[in-house]
Write a protein that binds this ligand. Sequence first.
Ligand code: TRP
Length: 328
Amino acid sequence: MAKKGRILSGHRPSGLLHIGHYEGTLRNWRALQDDYECFFEIADWHALTTEYEETSDLPFLIEQLAIDWLASGLDPERSVLFVQSDVMEHAELHLLLSMITPVSWLERCPTYKDRLQQLGDEGSPGYGLLGYPVLQAADIIIYKANVVPVGEDQLPHLELSREIARRFNNFYGEVFPEPQALLAEFPAVPGVDGRKMSKTYDNAINLSDTPDEITQKIKTMFTDPEKLRMGDAGHPDKCAVFAYQQIYNEESRVEEIREECESGELGCVACKAEVTERLLETMEPVMQRRAELADNLDHVRAVLADGAERAQAVAAETMREVREVMHL
Ligand code: TRP
């Protein structure tokens, strides 16, 4: 079947993925494999732009991310799953793009400005951090990807990728398509404390959690602070457990739950037990596959080795073209 185009997206290997990543990113990537030729990159060089001092965890983090991806249904038969640092061509294109990218474009980038602020007066950002979006542009355009599914936080980087591609094409001729961002609609998955789900807050339900761990995490969730005992009226829209109901339960049941919570008929303990069951039902196949993959690291490594080879074949071809138009 003819595909609609080529996709590249990526993720830094910065920790175990959680159900928020699954609902927000991975479901979407998995579905896109039907319509697009997909490249999914584990961006280990990008991780180094901030985590460069202690790198001994990197091989583990890379493998765990690959396991999370495979368990979630990224399919190495159809898509190319690879590690950025396995494809040296990214570094060469990054270098060449860094020549044509004005520093002022990079200094304006909101993610860079945020980081500067975090560093405070004393800290000086690494040279690589300033170039983060240049490396990301290289990642994308070296595959001539036209579509990049990302979260909203990545839009400034995508805008820069387009500007860099355009500038290159203006100087040397039409080599690169301008990549378009693809934003997906997805439900927000709050953490078990009601804040944004995040590794830093220690409030995540990970794909690597066991059913027991998940049951325990949901049991301790904060609910509506005004609903203290069974019989009190609840306010579902302020409750993280209800947010989970909306994701994991059937629509008709969710409406019943809303009414039963508001009337006080449904207590939080029962509500949590029900949503735990639904969540486990939905995530069971992913978690099961994950456990199998974690026991079969040779397979995971073979997938990444094969992915590196397939990615490199495309990247090397683009670099031949780039060197030629730049007279290198
Ligand atoms: N910057 C992205 C993130 O933090 C990761 C990334 C690296 C990426 N290269 C990419 C995303 C290329 C899309 C395309 O999530």
